[in-house]
Design a protein around this ligand. Structure first.
Ligand code: GDP
Ligand code: GDP
Length: 439
Protein backbone atom coordinates (compact mmCIF):
# COMPACT_ATOMS: atom_id res chain seq x y z
CA UNK A 1 0.00 0.00 0.00
CA UNK A 2 1.23 3.47 -0.80
CA UNK A 3 2.46 5.47 2.17
CA UNK A 4 2.04 9.22 2.14
CA UNK A 5 3.89 11.50 4.55
CA UNK A 6 2.85 15.04 5.32
CA UNK A 7 5.86 17.21 6.18
CA UNK A 8 6.33 20.88 6.87
CA UNK A 9 7.17 23.45 9.47
CA UNK A 10 5.09 23.66 12.66
CA UNK A 11 1.67 25.25 12.30
CA UNK A 12 1.38 25.10 8.54
CA UNK A 13 -1.64 22.82 8.97
CA UNK A 14 -0.30 19.27 8.74
CA UNK A 15 -2.59 17.72 11.35
CA UNK A 16 -5.55 19.58 9.95
CA UNK A 17 -4.91 18.02 6.55
CA UNK A 18 -4.28 14.64 8.12
CA UNK A 19 -7.63 14.78 9.85
CA UNK A 20 -9.36 16.02 6.75
CA UNK A 21 -8.00 13.17 4.66
CA UNK A 22 -8.53 10.40 7.17
CA UNK A 23 -11.55 11.88 8.90
CA UNK A 24 -14.72 9.90 8.43
CA UNK A 25 -13.20 7.83 5.70
CA UNK A 26 -10.47 6.29 7.81
CA UNK A 27 -10.72 2.56 8.00
CA UNK A 28 -8.13 1.35 10.43
CA UNK A 29 -6.36 3.34 13.06
CA UNK A 30 -2.91 2.00 13.34
CA UNK A 31 -1.04 3.45 16.26
CA UNK A 32 2.35 2.06 15.52
CA UNK A 33 3.46 -0.23 18.33
CA UNK A 34 6.41 0.83 20.40
CA UNK A 35 6.18 4.38 19.28
CA UNK A 36 4.27 6.78 21.44
CA UNK A 37 2.10 9.62 20.34
CA UNK A 38 4.67 11.11 18.02
CA UNK A 39 3.60 9.05 15.06
CA UNK A 40 0.18 8.16 13.85
CA UNK A 41 -0.64 6.17 10.77
CA UNK A 42 -4.04 5.77 9.29
CA UNK A 43 -5.23 3.70 6.40
CA UNK A 44 -7.71 5.65 4.37
CA UNK A 45 -9.24 5.49 0.95
CA UNK A 46 -10.13 7.87 -1.82
CA UNK A 47 -12.57 6.70 -4.47
CA UNK A 48 -12.06 3.11 -3.51
CA UNK A 49 -8.27 3.10 -3.51
CA UNK A 50 -6.55 2.60 -0.19
CA UNK A 51 -3.38 4.23 1.03
CA UNK A 52 -1.69 5.05 4.31
CA UNK A 53 -1.17 8.55 5.62
CA UNK A 54 1.51 9.26 8.17
CA UNK A 55 1.17 12.12 10.58
CA UNK A 56 4.36 12.56 12.42
CA UNK A 57 5.77 15.07 14.79
CA UNK A 58 9.12 13.98 13.41
CA UNK A 59 8.23 15.65 10.18
CA UNK A 60 7.93 19.00 11.87
CA UNK A 61 10.68 20.81 10.08
CA UNK A 62 12.62 23.10 12.36
CA UNK A 63 15.76 25.16 12.15
CA UNK A 64 17.88 22.18 13.21
CA UNK A 65 17.40 20.71 9.75
CA UNK A 66 20.37 22.83 8.81
CA UNK A 67 22.55 20.51 10.89
CA UNK A 68 23.94 17.44 9.14
CA UNK A 69 22.85 14.84 11.73
CA UNK A 70 19.33 16.22 11.70
CA UNK A 71 19.28 15.70 7.95
CA UNK A 72 20.25 12.07 8.48
CA UNK A 73 17.27 11.62 10.79
CA UNK A 74 15.08 13.35 8.28
CA UNK A 75 16.19 10.94 5.55
CA UNK A 76 15.52 7.97 7.81
CA UNK A 77 11.99 9.21 8.31
CA UNK A 78 11.60 9.78 4.60
CA UNK A 79 12.62 6.23 3.78
CA UNK A 80 9.35 5.09 5.30
CA UNK A 81 7.14 6.94 2.90
CA UNK A 82 6.65 6.68 -0.84
CA UNK A 83 5.23 10.12 -1.47
CA UNK A 84 5.71 13.36 0.43
CA UNK A 85 3.37 16.26 0.71
CA UNK A 86 5.54 19.22 1.54
CA UNK A 87 3.23 21.69 3.14
CA UNK A 88 3.76 25.44 3.35
CA UNK A 89 1.63 28.29 4.64
CA UNK A 90 0.47 30.83 2.08
CA UNK A 91 0.15 33.56 4.69
CA UNK A 92 3.81 33.26 5.59
CA UNK A 93 5.32 33.17 2.13
CA UNK A 94 8.46 31.28 1.21
CA UNK A 95 10.57 30.44 4.20
CA UNK A 96 14.26 29.63 3.84
CA UNK A 97 13.62 26.21 5.40
CA UNK A 98 11.19 25.36 2.61
CA UNK A 99 13.97 25.90 0.12
CA UNK A 100 16.38 23.73 2.06
CA UNK A 101 13.85 20.94 2.38
CA UNK A 102 12.95 21.09 -1.30
CA UNK A 103 16.58 20.57 -2.13
CA UNK A 104 16.90 17.69 0.33
CA UNK A 105 13.87 16.00 -1.24
CA UNK A 106 15.32 16.37 -4.70
CA UNK A 107 18.66 15.07 -3.53
CA UNK A 108 16.88 12.02 -2.16
CA UNK A 109 14.88 11.54 -5.34
CA UNK A 110 11.58 11.49 -3.48
CA UNK A 111 8.27 11.94 -5.21
CA UNK A 112 6.80 15.03 -3.62
CA UNK A 113 4.20 17.70 -4.20
CA UNK A 114 4.21 21.19 -2.85
CA UNK A 115 1.02 21.80 -0.93
CA UNK A 116 0.34 25.45 -0.29
CA UNK A 117 -2.12 25.54 2.58
CA UNK A 118 -4.52 28.12 3.97
CA UNK A 119 -5.53 29.26 0.52
CA UNK A 120 -9.02 29.76 1.87
CA UNK A 121 -10.28 31.88 -0.97
CA UNK A 122 -9.57 32.82 -4.54
CA UNK A 123 -8.17 36.09 -3.27
CA UNK A 124 -5.39 34.22 -1.58
CA UNK A 125 -4.43 32.37 -4.73
CA UNK A 126 -2.38 35.20 -6.09
CA UNK A 127 -0.35 35.23 -2.89
CA UNK A 128 0.63 31.68 -3.69
CA UNK A 129 2.43 32.62 -6.88
CA UNK A 130 5.62 33.37 -5.01
CA UNK A 131 5.95 29.63 -4.25
CA UNK A 132 6.69 28.97 -7.91
CA UNK A 133 10.13 30.19 -6.97
CA UNK A 134 10.74 26.83 -5.32
CA UNK A 135 10.60 25.25 -8.76
CA UNK A 136 8.39 22.33 -7.75
CA UNK A 137 6.55 21.11 -10.82
CA UNK A 138 3.42 20.00 -8.99
CA UNK A 139 1.87 22.53 -6.69
CA UNK A 140 -1.54 22.41 -5.05
CA UNK A 141 -3.27 25.41 -3.55
CA UNK A 142 -5.52 24.10 -0.83
CA UNK A 143 -7.31 24.92 2.35
CA UNK A 144 -7.14 22.00 4.77
CA UNK A 145 -9.59 23.63 7.04
CA UNK A 146 -12.28 24.25 4.45
CA UNK A 147 -11.46 21.30 2.27
CA UNK A 148 -10.82 23.54 -0.69
CA UNK A 149 -9.06 21.63 -3.54
CA UNK A 150 -8.23 18.78 -1.20
CA UNK A 151 -10.04 16.47 -3.63
CA UNK A 152 -7.68 17.45 -6.43
CA UNK A 153 -4.70 16.71 -4.25
CA UNK A 154 -6.20 13.34 -3.36
CA UNK A 155 -6.79 12.53 -7.01
CA UNK A 156 -3.12 13.05 -7.61
CA UNK A 157 -2.24 10.84 -4.63
CA UNK A 158 -4.65 8.26 -6.01
CA UNK A 159 -2.73 8.17 -9.28
CA UNK A 160 0.39 7.34 -7.30
CA UNK A 161 -1.43 4.73 -5.23
CA UNK A 162 -2.64 3.02 -8.38
CA UNK A 163 0.82 3.07 -9.92
CA UNK A 164 2.17 1.59 -6.73
CA UNK A 165 -0.45 -1.14 -6.68
CA UNK A 166 0.35 -2.08 -10.24
CA UNK A 167 4.01 -2.40 -9.38
CA UNK A 168 3.43 -4.31 -6.18
CA UNK A 169 0.53 -6.40 -7.38
CA UNK A 170 -2.57 -6.83 -5.30
CA UNK A 171 -2.98 -9.27 -2.43
CA UNK A 172 -3.99 -12.11 -4.69
CA UNK A 173 -1.58 -13.44 -7.27
CA UNK A 174 -2.43 -11.33 -10.28
CA UNK A 175 -2.64 -14.29 -12.58
CA UNK A 176 -5.27 -16.22 -10.66
CA UNK A 177 -8.32 -16.14 -12.86
CA UNK A 178 -11.66 -17.00 -11.37
CA UNK A 179 -13.95 -18.79 -13.73
CA UNK A 180 -17.45 -20.00 -13.24
CA UNK A 181 -19.73 -21.96 -15.51
CA UNK A 182 -23.28 -20.77 -16.02
CA UNK A 183 -26.19 -21.90 -18.13
CA UNK A 184 -29.64 -23.38 -18.00
CA UNK A 185 -30.13 -27.11 -17.24
CA UNK A 186 -29.04 -29.76 -19.72
CA UNK A 187 -26.87 -27.61 -21.94
CA UNK A 188 -23.86 -29.66 -20.86
CA UNK A 189 -22.35 -27.67 -18.01
CA UNK A 190 -21.09 -30.66 -16.03
CA UNK A 191 -19.90 -32.34 -19.19
CA UNK A 192 -17.86 -29.26 -20.14
CA UNK A 193 -16.57 -28.87 -16.61
CA UNK A 194 -15.37 -32.45 -16.53
CA UNK A 195 -13.87 -32.07 -19.96
CA UNK A 196 -11.90 -29.02 -18.84
CA UNK A 197 -10.64 -30.60 -15.64
CA UNK A 198 -9.97 -33.88 -17.40
CA UNK A 199 -7.74 -32.30 -20.01
CA UNK A 200 -4.29 -33.76 -20.18
CA UNK A 201 -2.49 -30.49 -19.69
CA UNK A 202 -4.82 -29.27 -16.98
CA UNK A 203 -3.23 -29.92 -13.63
CA UNK A 204 -5.69 -29.80 -10.80
CA UNK A 205 -3.79 -28.52 -7.81
CA UNK A 206 -6.41 -28.49 -5.13
CA UNK A 207 -9.98 -29.57 -4.62
CA UNK A 208 -10.68 -28.37 -1.12
CA UNK A 209 -12.89 -30.77 0.76
CA UNK A 210 -15.58 -32.85 -0.78
CA UNK A 211 -18.51 -31.33 0.98
CA UNK A 212 -21.16 -29.68 -1.07
CA UNK A 213 -20.07 -26.23 0.05
CA UNK A 214 -16.46 -26.47 -0.95
CA UNK A 215 -16.64 -26.10 -4.65
CA UNK A 216 -13.54 -24.21 -5.71
CA UNK A 217 -11.18 -26.19 -7.89
CA UNK A 218 -7.70 -24.78 -8.41
CA UNK A 219 -5.78 -25.78 -11.50
CA UNK A 220 -3.07 -24.68 -13.87
CA UNK A 221 -2.98 -24.71 -17.63
CA UNK A 222 0.08 -23.66 -19.61
CA UNK A 223 1.58 -22.29 -16.41
CA UNK A 224 -1.38 -19.97 -15.75
CA UNK A 225 -3.44 -20.34 -12.58
CA UNK A 226 -7.17 -20.70 -12.50
CA UNK A 227 -9.85 -21.42 -10.01
CA UNK A 228 -13.19 -22.74 -11.05
CA UNK A 229 -15.70 -21.44 -8.57
CA UNK A 230 -18.26 -24.02 -9.24
CA UNK A 231 -21.91 -24.23 -8.46
CA UNK A 232 -22.78 -27.26 -6.41
CA UNK A 233 -25.83 -27.58 -8.58
CA UNK A 234 -23.68 -28.47 -11.53
CA UNK A 235 -22.02 -31.48 -10.04
CA UNK A 236 -24.67 -33.18 -8.06
CA UNK A 237 -28.03 -33.85 -9.33
CA UNK A 238 -30.84 -35.38 -7.45
CA UNK A 239 -34.01 -36.34 -9.13
CA UNK A 240 -35.86 -36.54 -5.84
CA UNK A 241 -34.97 -33.06 -4.69
CA UNK A 242 -34.74 -31.58 -8.08
CA UNK A 243 -36.49 -28.33 -7.24
CA UNK A 244 -34.62 -27.79 -4.01
CA UNK A 245 -31.30 -28.60 -5.57
CA UNK A 246 -31.96 -26.34 -8.47
CA UNK A 247 -32.81 -23.54 -6.14
CA UNK A 248 -29.72 -24.04 -4.04
CA UNK A 249 -27.74 -24.43 -7.20
CA UNK A 250 -29.06 -21.14 -8.43
CA UNK A 251 -28.12 -19.21 -5.29
CA UNK A 252 -24.76 -20.93 -5.12
CA UNK A 253 -24.42 -19.95 -8.69
CA UNK A 254 -24.97 -16.33 -7.77
CA UNK A 255 -22.42 -16.63 -5.02
CA UNK A 256 -19.91 -18.25 -7.38
CA UNK A 257 -20.56 -15.44 -9.83
CA UNK A 258 -19.86 -12.85 -7.14
CA UNK A 259 -16.47 -14.38 -6.59
CA UNK A 260 -15.44 -14.86 -10.18
CA UNK A 261 -14.01 -12.75 -12.96
CA UNK A 262 -15.21 -14.59 -15.99
CA UNK A 263 -18.46 -16.44 -16.57
CA UNK A 264 -18.36 -19.25 -19.09
CA UNK A 265 -21.89 -19.33 -20.45
CA UNK A 266 -22.83 -22.67 -21.94
CA UNK A 267 -25.56 -22.69 -24.57
CA UNK A 268 -26.99 -25.49 -26.66
CA UNK A 269 -25.94 -25.06 -30.30
CA UNK A 270 -29.03 -26.89 -31.49
CA UNK A 271 -31.41 -24.59 -29.64
CA UNK A 272 -29.54 -21.38 -30.32
CA UNK A 273 -29.84 -18.35 -28.04
CA UNK A 274 -33.03 -18.68 -26.00
CA UNK A 275 -34.75 -16.22 -23.66
CA UNK A 276 -33.56 -18.17 -20.66
CA UNK A 277 -29.93 -17.96 -21.85
CA UNK A 278 -30.25 -14.22 -22.33
CA UNK A 279 -31.63 -13.82 -18.82
CA UNK A 280 -28.83 -15.87 -17.23
CA UNK A 281 -26.13 -13.98 -19.11
CA UNK A 282 -27.75 -10.64 -18.31
CA UNK A 283 -27.62 -11.50 -14.60
CA UNK A 284 -23.91 -12.19 -14.87
CA UNK A 285 -23.25 -8.94 -16.70
CA UNK A 286 -25.34 -7.01 -14.18
CA UNK A 287 -23.03 -8.35 -11.52
CA UNK A 288 -20.13 -6.94 -13.45
CA UNK A 289 -18.80 -10.19 -14.83
CA UNK A 290 -17.34 -10.67 -18.26
CA UNK A 291 -18.61 -13.55 -20.37
CA UNK A 292 -17.31 -16.17 -22.79
CA UNK A 293 -20.09 -17.72 -24.87
CA UNK A 294 -19.77 -21.43 -25.51
CA UNK A 295 -22.10 -23.19 -27.92
CA UNK A 296 -21.98 -26.82 -26.87
CA UNK A 297 -23.16 -30.01 -28.60
CA UNK A 298 -21.54 -28.92 -31.84
CA UNK A 299 -21.28 -32.62 -32.72
CA UNK A 300 -25.05 -32.63 -33.28
CA UNK A 301 -24.78 -30.04 -36.03
CA UNK A 302 -24.33 -32.22 -39.04
CA UNK A 303 -24.97 -30.02 -42.03
CA UNK A 304 -23.76 -26.65 -43.10
CA UNK A 305 -21.76 -25.91 -39.98
CA UNK A 306 -20.51 -22.69 -41.46
CA UNK A 307 -23.98 -21.27 -41.89
CA UNK A 308 -25.05 -22.44 -38.43
CA UNK A 309 -22.03 -20.75 -36.90
CA UNK A 310 -22.87 -17.52 -38.70
CA UNK A 311 -26.49 -17.75 -37.56
CA UNK A 312 -25.47 -18.28 -33.97
CA UNK A 313 -23.02 -15.40 -34.10
CA UNK A 314 -25.79 -13.22 -35.42
CA UNK A 315 -28.14 -14.35 -32.65
CA UNK A 316 -25.52 -13.36 -30.07
CA UNK A 317 -25.11 -9.95 -31.63
CA UNK A 318 -28.85 -9.48 -31.88
CA UNK A 319 -30.04 -10.84 -28.53
CA UNK A 320 -27.09 -10.32 -26.25
CA UNK A 321 -26.67 -6.68 -27.15
CA UNK A 322 -25.49 -5.71 -23.69
CA UNK A 323 -22.03 -7.18 -24.33
CA UNK A 324 -19.77 -5.77 -27.02
CA UNK A 325 -18.06 -8.50 -29.03
CA UNK A 326 -17.96 -11.35 -26.55
CA UNK A 327 -15.70 -14.25 -27.51
CA UNK A 328 -17.65 -17.20 -28.91
CA UNK A 329 -16.59 -20.85 -28.96
CA UNK A 330 -18.25 -23.72 -30.82
CA UNK A 331 -17.45 -27.00 -29.16
CA UNK A 332 -18.65 -30.34 -27.99
CA UNK A 333 -18.11 -31.77 -24.57
CA UNK A 334 -17.73 -35.12 -26.30
CA UNK A 335 -14.82 -34.14 -28.53
CA UNK A 336 -13.43 -31.17 -26.63
CA UNK A 337 -12.58 -29.49 -29.93
CA UNK A 338 -11.52 -25.86 -29.61
CA UNK A 339 -12.22 -25.95 -25.89
CA UNK A 340 -8.63 -24.76 -25.26
CA UNK A 341 -9.75 -21.41 -26.60
CA UNK A 342 -11.52 -20.84 -23.30
CA UNK A 343 -8.13 -20.23 -21.73
CA UNK A 344 -6.90 -18.01 -24.49
CA UNK A 345 -10.03 -15.89 -24.35
CA UNK A 346 -10.08 -15.88 -20.57
CA UNK A 347 -6.55 -14.48 -20.47
CA UNK A 348 -7.39 -11.86 -23.03
CA UNK A 349 -10.59 -10.79 -21.30
CA UNK A 350 -8.92 -10.69 -17.92
CA UNK A 351 -6.28 -8.32 -19.19
CA UNK A 352 -8.94 -5.93 -20.39
CA UNK A 353 -11.03 -6.49 -17.29
CA UNK A 354 -8.23 -5.40 -14.98
CA UNK A 355 -6.93 -2.60 -17.19
CA UNK A 356 -6.46 0.87 -15.73
CA UNK A 357 -6.50 4.07 -17.72
CA UNK A 358 -4.54 7.00 -16.36
CA UNK A 359 -6.47 9.97 -15.09
CA UNK A 360 -4.50 12.31 -17.34
CA UNK A 361 -5.58 10.34 -20.42
CA UNK A 362 -9.18 10.21 -19.32
CA UNK A 363 -9.18 13.93 -18.86
CA UNK A 364 -7.97 14.44 -22.40
CA UNK A 365 -10.80 12.23 -23.53
CA UNK A 366 -13.31 14.16 -21.46
CA UNK A 367 -12.04 17.38 -22.94
CA UNK A 368 -12.43 15.99 -26.43
CA UNK A 369 -15.93 14.69 -25.64
CA UNK A 370 -17.05 18.15 -24.55
CA UNK A 371 -15.59 19.83 -27.59
CA UNK A 372 -17.44 17.47 -29.87
CA UNK A 373 -20.72 17.57 -27.95
CA UNK A 374 -21.21 20.47 -25.64
CA UNK A 375 -22.94 19.45 -22.44
CA UNK A 376 -26.44 20.89 -22.16
CA UNK A 377 -27.60 23.98 -20.32
CA UNK A 378 -30.10 23.04 -17.62
CA UNK A 379 -32.07 25.65 -15.67
CA UNK A 380 -29.78 28.33 -17.01
CA UNK A 381 -26.70 26.58 -15.80
CA UNK A 382 -24.14 25.12 -18.11
CA UNK A 383 -23.27 21.61 -17.05
CA UNK A 384 -19.55 21.52 -16.35
CA UNK A 385 -17.37 18.42 -16.39
CA UNK A 386 -14.33 18.90 -14.19
CA UNK A 387 -12.46 15.65 -14.51
CA UNK A 388 -12.75 11.91 -14.87
CA UNK A 389 -10.88 9.13 -13.16
CA UNK A 390 -11.00 5.34 -13.13
CA UNK A 391 -11.64 4.28 -9.56
CA UNK A 392 -11.85 0.52 -9.90
CA UNK A 393 -11.14 -2.54 -12.01
CA UNK A 394 -12.85 -5.90 -12.45
CA UNK A 395 -15.11 -4.41 -13.69
CA UNK A 396 -13.69 -1.04 -14.68
CA UNK A 397 -15.47 1.82 -12.98
CA UNK A 398 -15.12 5.45 -14.01
CA UNK A 399 -16.24 8.52 -12.15
CA UNK A 400 -16.83 11.96 -13.63
CA UNK A 401 -16.93 14.99 -11.39
CA UNK A 402 -19.40 17.64 -12.41
CA UNK A 403 -20.98 20.77 -11.01
CA UNK A 404 -24.51 19.51 -11.46
CA UNK A 405 -24.94 15.70 -11.36
CA UNK A 406 -28.71 15.67 -11.90
CA UNK A 407 -28.22 17.28 -15.27
CA UNK A 408 -26.13 14.46 -16.70
CA UNK A 409 -28.37 12.58 -19.05
CA UNK A 410 -28.10 8.84 -19.54
CA UNK A 411 -27.29 9.32 -23.20
CA UNK A 412 -24.32 11.53 -22.37
CA UNK A 413 -22.95 8.81 -20.11
CA UNK A 414 -23.35 6.31 -22.90
CA UNK A 415 -21.62 8.69 -25.28
CA UNK A 416 -18.62 8.93 -22.95
CA UNK A 417 -18.53 5.15 -22.48
CA UNK A 418 -18.52 4.69 -26.24
CA UNK A 419 -15.60 7.07 -26.53
CA UNK A 420 -13.76 5.09 -23.87
CA UNK A 421 -14.37 1.90 -25.84
CA UNK A 422 -13.22 3.54 -29.05
CA UNK A 423 -10.03 4.69 -27.45
CA UNK A 424 -9.20 1.77 -25.19
CA UNK A 425 -11.04 -1.29 -26.42
CA UNK A 426 -12.52 -3.05 -23.39
CA UNK A 427 -14.13 -5.55 -25.75
CA UNK A 428 -16.50 -7.85 -23.95
CA UNK A 429 -16.07 -5.94 -20.69
CA UNK A 430 -18.97 -4.34 -18.84
CA UNK A 431 -18.05 -0.74 -18.05
CA UNK A 432 -19.57 1.41 -15.34
CA UNK A 433 -19.64 5.11 -15.00
CA UNK A 434 -20.64 7.23 -12.03
CA UNK A 435 -21.32 10.92 -11.75
CA UNK A 436 -20.36 12.83 -8.66
CA UNK A 437 -20.67 16.36 -7.56
CA UNK A 438 -17.42 18.13 -7.08
CA UNK A 439 -17.28 19.69 -3.66
P1 GDP B 1 0.62 21.51 12.13
O1 GDP B 1 1.42 22.02 13.26
O2 GDP B 1 1.36 21.69 10.84
O3 GDP B 1 0.10 20.15 12.32
O4 GDP B 1 -0.62 22.52 11.99
P2 GDP B 1 -2.12 22.38 12.48
O5 GDP B 1 -2.86 21.44 11.63
O6 GDP B 1 -2.12 22.13 13.95
O7 GDP B 1 -2.67 23.83 12.15
C1 GDP B 1 -2.06 25.00 12.67
C2 GDP B 1 -3.09 26.13 12.64
O8 GDP B 1 -3.43 26.48 11.32
C3 GDP B 1 -4.38 25.77 13.35
O9 GDP B 1 -4.81 26.87 14.08
C4 GDP B 1 -5.33 25.51 12.19
O10 GDP B 1 -6.67 25.78 12.53
C5 GDP B 1 -4.82 26.46 11.14
N1 GDP B 1 -5.12 25.99 9.79
C6 GDP B 1 -4.89 24.76 9.27
N2 GDP B 1 -5.32 24.68 7.99
C7 GDP B 1 -5.83 25.89 7.69
C8 GDP B 1 -6.44 26.44 6.50
O11 GDP B 1 -6.62 25.79 5.47
N3 GDP B 1 -6.83 27.75 6.54
C9 GDP B 1 -6.65 28.49 7.67
N4 GDP B 1 -7.06 29.75 7.61
N5 GDP B 1 -6.11 28.00 8.79
C10 GDP B 1 -5.69 26.72 8.81
P1 GDP C 1 -25.99 -29.65 -17.34
O1 GDP C 1 -27.34 -29.88 -16.79
O2 GDP C 1 -25.91 -28.34 -18.04
O3 GDP C 1 -24.88 -29.84 -16.36
O4 GDP C 1 -25.79 -30.72 -18.54
P2 GDP C 1 -25.06 -32.14 -18.51
O5 GDP C 1 -23.59 -31.98 -18.61
O6 GDP C 1 -25.60 -32.97 -17.43
O7 GDP C 1 -25.55 -32.68 -19.93
C1 GDP C 1 -26.92 -32.79 -20.25
C2 GDP C 1 -27.09 -33.82 -21.35
O8 GDP C 1 -26.47 -33.36 -22.57
C3 GDP C 1 -26.43 -35.15 -21.04
O9 GDP C 1 -27.25 -36.19 -21.51
C4 GDP C 1 -25.12 -35.09 -21.81
O10 GDP C 1 -24.66 -36.36 -22.16
C5 GDP C 1 -25.52 -34.29 -23.01
N1 GDP C 1 -24.38 -33.55 -23.56
C6 GDP C 1 -23.53 -32.74 -22.90
N2 GDP C 1 -22.62 -32.22 -23.75
C7 GDP C 1 -22.90 -32.72 -24.98
C8 GDP C 1 -22.32 -32.57 -26.29
O11 GDP C 1 -21.34 -31.85 -26.51
N3 GDP C 1 -22.91 -33.24 -27.31
C9 GDP C 1 -23.98 -34.03 -27.15
N4 GDP C 1 -24.47 -34.65 -28.20
N5 GDP C 1 -24.56 -34.20 -25.92
C10 GDP C 1 -24.03 -33.57 -24.87
Amino acid sequence: MLKVGIIGRPNVGKSTLFNKITGSRSAIVNDMPGVTRDRLEKVTEWLGVRFTVVDSAGFDLKEEIIKKEMQQQFFTLLDEVDVCLLMVDVTEGVHSLDEIVCNLLREKGKTFFLVVNKVDSEKREYLASEFYRLGVSEMFLISSEHGRNVDMLLDRVLDEAQKYEQEEGSDEPADLLRLTIIGKPNVGKSSILNRILGKERVIVTEIPGTTRDAVDTYFTFESKNYVLTDTAGIRKKSVMFKDAVEKIGYYRGMDALERSDIAIAILDAVQGVTERDVKIIADAVDMGRTVIIVFNKWDLIKEDKKKTARDLQFQVKDRIKFITNPPIIFTSAFTGNRLDNIFKYAQRLYKEYSKRIKTAELNKLLQFAQERHQPPVVSNRRLKFFYMTQVDVKPPYFVIFVNYPEAVHFSYKRYILNLIREAYGFDGIPLRIGIRKRK
